[in-house]
Write a new protein. Structure first.
Length: 280
């Protein structure tokens, strides 16, 4: 007589269970891999198209984190060019976020804070060479008194007229806005706006918060002063879920391996954002 093992004793073979457990274990990695995310292509199910806003300070040969070497900056622009990024203006960002205006496939905003004279010497010609636009947030009292190390009004005017650079406000004194009285805040916002507008014959619609510090009350005063938007140093990409008075940026620094850090920051943001570590 032949004895067979009843089927119900071993409903699933051990190798199958192991396979199933392994699949469960690798599932989170598969889901968080940039390849499998629509965000890798700059689109998100909730926020729509993603805009990368890079934030630089100095482009110079100084060995400090705030100063990206000109050759490193050029290497980054080359990468952005080769990988299909198109630079937009703050106005195009505003139109896209607030009114659903059109965006190129990989929209990019290149910003510089403080208005260092190396922006004119190195960044401006390199942006022109690679066909990119840039935005410089200037501290108006520094330009007014011809502060050493910062661009002049003549340079600001030349760059603005070229169509390559958009000059916007970084307030009058660069003081921390969370430490100021309301009348000081109003003066910083209104006077810097008016100064640039009169010197360059343009409308100033955007401000970058000095040192990135702001709160909802300050944001309301920015709006009241007639600005359409404000840039923070909050790390992240911009989409329809962004607050136009608290626009995220990706700071780029000089590091031990500036190019690797740049690529990391450019590529890993969608994952962090998706897990809610950035905007929460
Ligand atoms: Zn600054």
């Amino acid at each position: 007589m032949k004895i067979t093992t009843p089927r119900f004793v071993q409903p699933v073979s051990l190798p199958k269970i192991i396979l199933f457990v392994m699949m469960l274990l690798i599932l989170p990695f598969v889901l968080s891999s940039p390849k499998n995310l629509s965000t890798a292509k700059g689109v998100d199910a909730v926020g729509g198209p993603k805009i990368v806003v890079l934030n630089y300070h100095k482009i110079d040969n100084m060995n400090i984190s705030l100063s990206v070497l000109p050759q490193d900056f050029e290497q980054q622009l080359k990468y952005l060019k080769d990988n299909g990024y198109t630079s937009i203006t703050p106005m195009e960002l505003y139109e896209a976020i607030e009114h659903g205006g059109p965006l190129p496939e990989k929209p990019l905003l290149i910003t510089f804070d403080d208005g260092y004279d190396d922006n004119y010497r190195y960044a401006y010609p390199l942006l022109k060479k690679y066909g990119f636009k840039g935005t410089i947030f200037v501290i108006t009292s520094f330009l007014d008194r011809g502060q050493q190390g910062y661009i002049t009004w003549a340079q600001a005017s030349e760059m603005e007229a070229s169509g390559v650079i958009d000059i916007e406000s970084h307030t009058v004194t660069h003081g921390s806005m969370t430490e100021m009285t309301d009348s000081d805040l109003r003066r910083e916002l209104a006077d810097s706006k008016k100064d640039i507008e009169q010197r360059l014959g343009k409308t100033v619609n955007f401000v970058a918060y000095p040192t990135g510090t702001y709160n909802l009350h300050i944001a309301s005063l920015v709006k009241e002063a007639g600005y359409l938007g404000a840039f923070t140093i909050k790390y992240g990409n911009v989409d329809k879920a962004s607050n136009i008075y608290a626009i995220e940026r990706v700071p780029i620094f000089h590091t031990e391996d500036t190019y690797a850090s740049f690529l990391e920051r450019l590529q890993y943001i969608p994952i962090f954002e998706r897990l809610g570590w950035i905007k929460s």
